[in-house]
Ligand binder design. Structure first.
Ligand code: NAD
Length: 342
């Protein structure tokens, strides 16, 4: 079957790392019809909008999207985040962010996943300024919480995970986080897995002290956003982390990192986050279309990335001297070796 993939290359290092991911996909034999979608700061400067309405239907006609980071601007009066817009438009309520320590020698091996609710809470843009005071509306609904929680438990069950931990601040935010927490424990009764809880500030501390204790974490939107950058620091680099935004019908795959203006255009961005995101894309397509060939491709990519990281040859932010292109080539070469053993 031929798949149609929307390619949103994004801003900053986005085009560089998305291009690496596409190269890897085509080298392992995943031939897709790529639909280029322009979005981001450069489009905003040209057209006054970071994403045109018509592009949304082009994305929708595709089977899934592979995306680079898109710049958001700071402060009042600036355009709404394209990421938030896409997640809401497609109701991509799951933000899936796995963190496995493969290179950071300061830490023991750990391998946990953060599932972040992706559509509500403080990310709805409901904010008002009243002169000397500003107000934001924090909405948590039972329905959206049930969806992220049941997705996380089902994932845990299917992937032989043992423990699911809800992260909240229900001691202070009694109504909003209270609802998130209560819904989590209500849902947890349906699953034969350990279900427990941690207050968000304690989660930050425990992640830094003993990250190996965690298995699956489920969080409201903002905590997941913050804790996943912390987790990226634990694995050694934001450039190593991939993610998926998943809904009932559609999914968008992107590295966890941002546009990295400081290194954009230099050819030194770490492409692994984008490459791993493309392997999550293959897994999702494989499951949706019962296409086992894609599950195999996905495994080949993730194993090739692991093997290459064992060589301890890195891009600059991890102390190495590889360019984006060098690392992409190394991974492609490794996929050929790995393919042979499957
Ligand atoms: P950032 O991720 O862009 O950069 C943080 C640090 O990580 C920088 O030192 C950068 O060089 C490094 N880094 C990031 N990606 C890397 C890679 N692939 N290889 C090597 N090093 C890498 O975070 P920021 O500076 O907070 O955000 C910059 C912009 O990106 C903001 O406009 C923000 O809104 C946007 N952003 C977008 C997304 C997204 O589109 N999903 C996500 C996060 C941030």
């Amino acid at each position: 079957m031929g798949y149609k993939i929307a390619l949103i290359r994004g801003d900053g290092v986005g085009p560089e790392v998305v291009s690496s991911a596409v190269q890897v996909l085509s080298e392992i034999g995943f031939y897709a019809d790529y639909v280029e979608i322009r979005a981001g700061l450069s489009l905003f400067k040209e057209m006054g909008k970071p994403l045109e309405e018509v592009e949304l239907s082009k994305i929708k006609e595709c089977d899934a999207a592979l995306k680079g980071p898109i710049a958001t601007l700071l402060g009042p009066g600036t355009y709404t985040s394209v990421n938030v817009l896409l997640r809401k438009y497609f109701n991509l309520y799951v933000n899936f962010r796995p963190f496995e320590n493969l290179v950071n020698e300061k830490y023991p091996y750990f391998n946990f996943i953060i599932f972040r609710e992706n559509t509500e809470e403080l990310y709805t843009g409901a904010e008002w300024n009243f002169g000397e005071a500003s107000v934001a509306l924090r909405v948590i609904t039972k329905k959206a919480t049930q969806k992220i929680v049941s997705y996380s438990f089902n994932y845990a069950l299917k992937n032989d995970r043992k423990r699911v931990t809800v992260v909240h601040k229900a001691n202070i935010l009694k109504e909003t986080d209270g609802l998130f927490r209560d819904t989590f424990f209500e849902e947890s009764k349906k699953y034969p897995l350990q279900a427990d809880e941690i207050i968000v500030d304690s989660a930050a501390y425990q992640l830094v002290k003993n990250p190996e204790q965690f298995d699956v974490l489920v969080t409201p939107n903002l905590y997941g956003d913050i804790l996943s950058d912390l987790a990226a620091g634990l694995v050694g680099s934001l450039g190593l982390c991939g993610s998926a935004n998943i809904g009932d019908k559609y999914a968008i795959f992107e590295p966890v990192h941002g546009v990295a203006w400081d290194i954009a255009g230099k050819g030194i961005a770490n492409p692994i986050g984008a490459i791993l995101s493309s392997s999550y894309l293959l897994d999702w397509l494989s499951e949706k279309h019962n296409d086992k060939r894609l599950a195999k491709y996905s495994k080949v990519i993730s194993l090739a990335v692991k093997n290459v990281l064992k060589l301890k040859k890195f891009t600059k932010e991890l102390g190495g001297n590889l360019t984006t292109e060098d690392l992409t080539k190394l991974i492609i070469t490794e996929t050929k070796k790995v393919e042979a053993i499957f």
